[in-house]
Design a protein around this ligand. Structure first.
Ligand SMILES: Cc1cc2nc3c(=O)[nH]c(=O)nc-3n(C[C@H](O)[C@H](O)[C@H](O)COP(=O)(O)OP(=O)(O)OC[C@H]3O[C@@H](n4cnc5c(N)ncnc54)[C@H](O)[C@@H]3O)c2cc1C
Length: 388
């Protein structure tokens, strides 16, 4: 039987709207995703109808104007509750396949021209089409300032040459936001381009053999004299990347939510197993060592949950606590690493078998620790933001 998901602490910032949204998403995950997530992940794909079903709930529309099919408001608490609930579905790849579009939509709304926005955003937000963001290259992801994909102007077209890799949703997306160098070295000199999958000179191959996130359709993208109309330059030439740095704060906040959801899975499934499994004449949960592991996990869940709520409250009040988001991301991924290891230990051999959530979480810890800004890069950025 599938148990409903419960928050471990009451959220002091809850409103009736937030409670209703959270319950809707939790119910959707429990009934529409969790029973099938493992099967979809093993198959390496998610049925496209699911994108539209989730899109109909409005989950892709935070911060996007209603005229483009968005919700017309933003709410960091609802964004986080979505991330937490989705990452409890039993396969991070399923959640990534559905949610990856969100890192492309903010830049499109902010920087694309009106024709592109009004044509494309309703398609992506409704779940009819996919969108992806392509920053990382085969030569590296952390040092964005050194990216080498180039774009130059030829008549009324930009011509792109280079490659992107690890692009989530990339095998299925119709629309891409691609970073390419148009100027000199460094972060200034990078522009963003709106590229459609049928653009001449665009091709892609699947990154199919991965430790986790199997259903997420990661791709390597190739741009061989790929031509896009001149109006597909997004925002100001050479300043595109700098114009979307705020976007990464939301991505990282979402990843803190993912880490928290995965930690909750570790706690929930460890408690259930420890209550059921007997060793040496009593349930596992009656052995002090196991009780302490569960207490430690529970304390870490509370700590990450509390810091996530404080960050959301700050953002809701109009501040963007960049350093604290970076710190929360690496703190949460380390806490997740601990919980994944202890939960696997509590489940014993059963945890090692495919088809249970702990095995999935254990394999997918590192995606959260590396993707969207690795632990090392988050620490460096936090220190710089702290003026050190
Ligand atoms: C499953 C998955 C999905 C992804 N989805 C996307 C996507 O949709 N779009 C996209 O653009 N990218 C995506 N990425 C790429 C991701 O953002 C990069 O993997 C990440 O930024 C790290 O880049 P890298 O892998 O090239 O590692 P590198 O930059 O080569 O770094 C290697 C290691 O060295 C460390 N390191 C680097 N520099 C320093 C330093 N100065 N000091 C100390 N340590 C350092 C890093 O932290 C890392 O641990 C995805 C990655 C994964 C694994």
């Amino acid at each position: 039987m599938i148990k409903p998901m419960q928050p471990s602490l009451p959220n002091p910032f809850d409103t009736p709207e937030r409670v209703a949204f959270r319950e809707t998403i939790q119910n959707f995950v429990v009934t529409e995703i969790r029973p099938y997530a493992y099967e979809w992940d093993e198959a390496g794909d998610v049925p496209w109808e699911l994108h539209a079903k989730l899109g109909a709930l409005g989950v892709f529309g935070f911060g996007i104007d209603e005229k483009y099919g968005g919700l017309g408001f933003d709410d960091p608490f609802m964004r986080s509750d979505y991330a937490v609930a989705m990452s409890m579905c039993g396969a991070g790849g399923v959640s990534a396949a559905l949610g990856a579009r969100s890192i492309s939509t903010d830049p499109i709304q902010k920087l694309a021209n009106e024709e592109i926005k009004s044509r494309v955003l309703p398609e992506i937000l409704s779940g009819r089409k996919g969108g992806s963001l392509g920053i990382t290259e085969p030569g590296g992801g952390s040092d964005v300032a050194r990216l080498t994909t180039r774009a130059h102007l030829e008549g009324d077209h930009w011509v792109l040459n280079g490659s992107k890799t690890f692009i989530t949703g990339g095998m299925k997306s119709d629309y891409f936001v691609i970073a390419a160098r148009t100027g000199g070295p460094g972060l200034t000199g990078i522009s963003l381009f709106f590229v459609e999958a049928d653009a001449p000179g665009f091709s892609r191959t699947s990154l199919s053999k991965k430790m986790g996130w199997w259903a997420s359709n990661q791709a390597t993208l190739y741009f061989d004299d790929c031509r896009v109309p001149v109006e597909n330059l997004m925002g100001q030439k050479d300043y595109g990347f700098l114009q979307i740095v705020n976007n990464f704060n939301y991505e990282r906040l979402g990843l803190v939510g993912c880490a928290l959801g995965m930690m909750k899975v570790c706690l929930e499934d460890s408690i259930a197993w420890a209550q059921e499994r007997e060793t040496f004449g009593k349930p596992l949960i009656r052995h002090q060592v196991i009780r302490h592991k569960i207490a430690d996990m529970s304390a870490k869940v509370d700590a990450v949950q509390s810091s996530l709520w404080i960050l959301c409250a700050q953002i809701d009040a109009g501040h963007m606590p960049v350093a604290e988001i970076c710190k929360a991301k690496f703190f949460a991924t380390k806490a997740l690493e601990y919980c994944a290891s202890e939960a696997m230990q509590i489940l014993g051999g059963a945890g090692y078998l495919r088809g249970n959530r702990i095995e999935n979480v254990y394999r997918e810890v590192k995606v959260i620790a590396i993707g969207g800004g690795s632990e090392e890069i988050m620490k460096d950025l936090a220190m710089r933001q702290m003026g050190l």
